[in-house]
Design a protein around this ligand. Structure first.
Ligand code: PMV
Length: 361
């Protein structure tokens, strides 16, 4: 069954068109993890994330009616990057059913990240969401479409999802929810993310995230490979039930300001993700000794100081440390003294909850 997003029925105007669009879009960190997918990038469970601020991608898209065979130019941080270019054009070509006229246009995509590519920070969420925003905005510009903001961002989230599932969540400020959440009382969907911010308790606004770079090499396991491990995983059913339970708990904790439940859920999600990888066939051990030391030190510091500090991880060895703005001074000195020496080349990025994508002038 086709839906609204896949059937715009738009034809390019007769006259030649030309234009340029730019968007900055942030990365995000999942608190309830998306792990396992079906169909075309549809999640097996609903996930909830926090949008970041300082880790972002800026993408500009130049377009014009092609006069001969359509030309494609892609530059990453000012240079050719054949591997990224291949992924980007494969994604753009895969959108033919949504934007059929792209095949009649010359496109130039120029993109850069605010963080070093070698920092081991997942960049697909920021990259794919920035590109999706450019494409949807280009369409709005060419066809003079009158989207409400909500419709515009919903479509951008839908397109971003097709590039990288987690990218669907980078479209909104604060917290985002992607995937059909059974008990959460808002209208969630597997095809796009929705904002999850209205009723958030003040204790969780403006959360900080220090991203500790334990390994700056490229990902050892691609996301697609990782998700596919869930297809025949012995604990798959229990994992899906756990994700639902954790989402419900986090939903309530975020609304009432329950920091202890927040810590329990976020750490359970991070460790479960790694446990699922360790018990996959083939198995992967993505934590490093330093990741484990960092986690232990965070737990010990929390027990001694009584402060709100917790951690999460993606499918890799880097650790995200989450804490409140009000404890920033103390926690930064703890991080600098105890955790930074465990980072590769002492690299870390102090980030925080962000306000979502912005259109570039
Ligand atoms: O968006 P993908 O396909 O790269 O998957 C992301 C998976 C995790 O980062 C491990 C979890 C998540 O929800 O972001």
């Amino acid at each position: 069954m086709k839906d609204y997003y896949e059937n715009p029925g738009l034809l390019l105007p007769e006259e030649n068109i030309t234009g340029q669009i730019g968007w900055r879009s942030p990365s995000n960190i999942a608190l309830v993890k998306y792990w396992g997918k079906y169909g075309r990038q549809l999640p097996k469970n609903a996930s909830l994330s926090m949008t970041l601020s300082k880790a972002y991608t800026e993408t500009s898209l130049k377009y014009r009616t092609a006069t001969t065979a359509p030309k494609r130019v892609f530059l990453f941080e000012g240079n050719d990057h054949p591997a990224f270019a291949k992924r980007i054009w494969k994604f753009v070509d895969s959108l033919e059913h949504i934007f059929p006229y792209l095949q009649q246009m010359d496109l130039e995509i120029v993109t850069k990240n605010s963080f070093p590519h070698s920092a081991g920070i997942a960049s697909s969420a920021s990259a794919m969401s920035a590109l999706a925003l450019c494409l949807v905005d280009m369409e709005r510009q060419i066809f003079h479409l009158e989207y409400s903001d909500a419709e515009f961002f919903k479509k951008a989230s839908y397109i971003a999802r097709l590039g990288s599932g987690s990218a669907s969540r980078s479209i909104y400020p604060g917290f985002s929810l992607w995937g059909h959440a059974k008990k959460v009382s808002i209208d969630s969907d597997n095809k796009f993310a929705i904002p999850f911010y209205d009723a958030i308790h003040p204790s969780f606004r403006g959360l900080r995230d220090a991203i500790l770079i334990v390994d700056d090499a490229q990902k050892k396991v691609s996301s697609s490979m990782g998700h596919s491990l869930m297809n025949h995983h012995p604990y798959a059913d229990d994992r899906l039930a756990q994700a639902d339970r954790n989402l419900n708990l986090l939903d309530k904790a975020l609304r009432v300001g329950d920091k202890q439940v927040f810590i329990n859920v976020v750490e359970s999600e991070a460790l479960s993700l790694h446990a699922l990888m360790m018990t996959s066939d083939p198995w992967f051990m993505l934590m490093k000794a330093e990741s484990m030391s960092i986690i232990q030190k965070i737990k010990k510091y929390r027990e001694h100081s009584g402060k709100f500090i917790t951690f999460t991880m993606d499918a890799g060895p880097n650790v995200h440390v989450l804490y409140s703005e009000e404890d920033q001074l103390d926690i930064h000195s703890f991080i600098d003294k105890e955790l930074k020496p465990l980072c590769v080349k002492q690299q870390l990025l102090y980030d925080e909850m962000g306000r979502g994508p912005i259109k570039l002038k």
